[in-house]
Design a binder for this molecule. Sequence first.
Ligand code: ADP
Ligand code: CIR
Length: 352
Amino acid sequence: MAEAAQKLYDLLKADANCKSLLAKNLTQERFDLLKDKTTKFGGTLADCIRSGCENTDSGVGVYASDPDAYTVFAPLLDAVIKDYHKVSELNHPNPDFGDVDKLDFGDLDPEGNLIVSTRVRVGRSHDSYGFPPVLKLEDRVEMEKKTVEALNKLEGELKGTYYPLTGMTKETQKQLTDDHFLFNDSDRFLRAAGGYNDWPTGRGIFFNDNKTFLVWVNEEDHLRFISMQKGGNLKEVYVRLVKAIKALESSGLSFAKREGLGYLTFCPSNLGTTLRASVHIKIPKLSQTPDFKAFCDKYNIQARGIHGEHTESVGGVYDISNKRRLGLTEIQAIQEMRRGVEAVIAEEKKLG
Ligand code: ADP
Ligand code: CIR
């Protein structure tokens, strides 16, 4: 067990240029302290660091093997979490979605010139199961069954149908992915972490008729709830997601949570609120300025390509979202994204 971790650690140390949070925070002292430990789900240090050691161009480089890893491997994971979310203490507040009847924002781009679409997602984990490195095929199948039972209870605007990946034609999968609704198995960071083990068994997507509310089952996290639509109406998208979270939390499912860390997810970058609110936005001018990255950092926003993390922009359209998810409430994360997007729009117009 320790040998597997040692081999991986050697790979990490062999890349002197590695800038990941793993490389920064996995000191020899922490490695020695953790290398022989195992979680109650059977997770090891090797399971947590494999992706970052095999992919030294990782930004974060760590995935938790299971919910218990956040306790057993806390000396490493806490340091990475503080670094990513820019907090000095791990005292994540209780969920607070704000008063959805009194939101002080609506459409972030009322003229409809720049924002192509808006999406807000959260992740949830079943508290009785581990994360991909320790999951067995039967676990995924069981989780899928429990999840679909809960999803089938949704009503009104949230009512929809579950489409398992097993049996879905390649054409349908491609179309849904190209249209930004479905995930695929092309992320090498997630693959190295065990995220695609037994692919595609146990995975699938649920959505309503309008494809404005979707649930990913057993992608990176056990569950991802997604609200999205064309245009820039953040209010409509957010209110729908809050409604869905509340409905699913009272549907019999029990989600992994930890005092001070909020909701637990596979990747430590998603902990806490687990909320990522994004727009696809046309910013051909701002994105070409040398200060684009610094501009994003200033507003705690992150720019991604339009086919998801680690992809490129197409035609000057970027995915702009809140970067921090822990140490602030859901409504504060939304407001952080909103302020960032408003600043991006103002800057793009100024440059025009
Ligand atoms: P996440 O962290 O939410 O899983 P990814 O970066 O992997 O995000 O993106 C997942 C999918 O969601 C991709 O297909 C991406 O294009 C799509 N997506 C993200 N934000 C938006 C948006 N605002 N509008 C449309 N699609 C989006
Ligand atoms: C990295 O470290 O760059 C990848 N493991 C991705 C980190 C954050 N993204 C994610 O969880 N999807």
